[in-house]
Structure formats: structure tokens, C-alpha cells
Design a protein around this ligand. Sequence first.
Ligand SMILES: Nc1ncnc2c1ncn2[C@@H]1O[C@H](COP(=O)(O)OP(=O)(O)OP(=O)(O)O)[C@@H](O)[C@H]1O
Ligand SMILES: [Mg+2]
Length: 249
Amino acid sequence: MTGGSSTLKIENLIMVRGTKAVVHGIKLEIHPGKVSALLGPNGAGKTSTVLGIAGVVEPVFGDIWVDGINLKGLDSDVIRRHGIATVPEGHQVLRDLSVKENLQLAGGHLSGKALSQSIDRVLNLFPELKTRLQQNAGDLSGGQQQMVAISQALVVSPRFLLIDELSFGLAPSIVARLVPVIRDIAASGIGVLLIEQFTHLALALASHVYVMSRGKVSYDGDPGKLKADPAILHRAYFPISDREAVGLV
Ligand SMILES: Nc1ncnc2c1ncn2[C@@H]1O[C@H](COP(=O)(O)OP(=O)(O)OP(=O)(O)O)[C@@H](O)[C@H]1O
Ligand SMILES: [Mg+2]
């Protein structure tokens, strides 16, 4: 499904939202064929990081390297053409268009046979969408909409897939359905960055984990160490000032 084996490297990324710096010089690497997870509490800067990589919000500083090219500051369309696809927070689909139309629109430069072959290939990951192609996307369940959103990102055969909150608002049974799909996507060679608040899911899927807290990466390592030492996550989710405020320290 993919070409090349470049790594997506984010270095010294600084993001400002409004007037506030919310990402303070972070470093991430997303490797082809692997799932990396980006965990952290509300407001940690996870979505801002994704928007910065995707070129939706321009980083004020930093480098985003792929194939020896620095993507920082390029338009989101150009970044997408370099093989970086995003599934935005909240399974966003065009609700008044059919599932098929959603996928066709996501096909970008593809047309005709190439587009229909690509849609067929993606639908093999989600056979449950095949019978719903003519339905309005807005009439689908949240889980099915997330499947459409992931499919949209995959139609153009990206090399990297950034998924902002895979499990957002979904029942555990639906999330369990998505887990093998994420594994299959990575097994096809795509480098996946899974942004999650639901840490169990990310730790089960990822071979590398970043934990973000207040705009900084507070942990960068393998999931085993995080599973063995829950205090690392606890400190990120409940910084010491918060723990003091509620009398925990
Ligand atoms: N459009 C915006 N304008 C101003 N500030 C923003 C904007 N979007 C986010 N922020 C602020 O940026 C900081 C980081 O937010 P961000 O959405 O990146 O965090 P997050 O880790 O994705 O959180 P969540 O888990 O809630 O999705 C927060 O303080 C947030 O209030
Ligand atoms: Mg977010």
C-alpha cells in the first residue's frame, strides 16, 4: 500500500494557539509499519501537534522531516501529497453526502478506475461499509462514521496516518472492532500516530509511546515501562501542582 521507508521526524516543534504557546519544542518520530502513541490529558497539546504536522495550523518553530524534505510551513494540501494523512478529532464526515461521495471526495487527484480501485481496497478493511455506500454519512452510527473518516484518510494511500482520538465517543465494543484494523494498517507499511486519552488502547497497540503534558513530552519510550510503572502516566495526567491542590501530596 505504501512506498519508501522514510521516517517522519518532528523536531523542536513549537505551536502557538491564540496568544499562548501550547507546544514547547517537542520531538517525535513516526516509523513506517509501526504504531506510535501520543498520550496525555486534556489540553496537553496533542491536537495542536497533529494540526501542526498536517499544516492546518502553522508551527511557529521546528522541523517536520520526511524524505529529507522539511514540510514545516507548507500548505496542508502539499503535506497530504507527501503522504501524511490525518483523521481529525470527532470522526468528521460530510453528513449530508453519501458514504461513497465522502470517499470519492477524499480521493483528491485520483479519478476513474484508480479511485474506484482505491475505494474498494479501503473498504476491505471495513466490509460493514460496503452495504452502506449510498446512505448519508450523517445517518451512520458513531463507530461507522469513524470507519468512514479512517477510510477517507486511506483512499490516497498515505505513508503516515495521524489519528486524533480513535476511541472518541465510541462504545468499547466498537473500539475493539477498530483495534485489528489499526494493526492491519500498520502491517501494510503505514506509520501510524495514535493520539489517545484512553491509555489502555494505545498501550496495547503501540510499539513506542510519547506522553505529553502541558505542551512537553514527559515520556518517550516503550509501552512496557509505562505499563510496569503507572506512576509515570499518573504524574503526566495529574501534575504535582494539581495533586497539591486536591491534597494528594
Ligand atoms: N483554537 C484555539 N485557540 C486558542 N487556544 C486553543 C485553541 N485550540 C486549543 N487551544 C488551547 O491549546 C491548548 C492545547 O490544546 P489541544 O487541543 O492541542 O490539547 P489536546 O491535548 O488535544 O486536548 P484534548 O485531550 O482535550 O483533545 C489548550 O490550552 C487549549 O485550550
Ligand atoms: Mg485533542
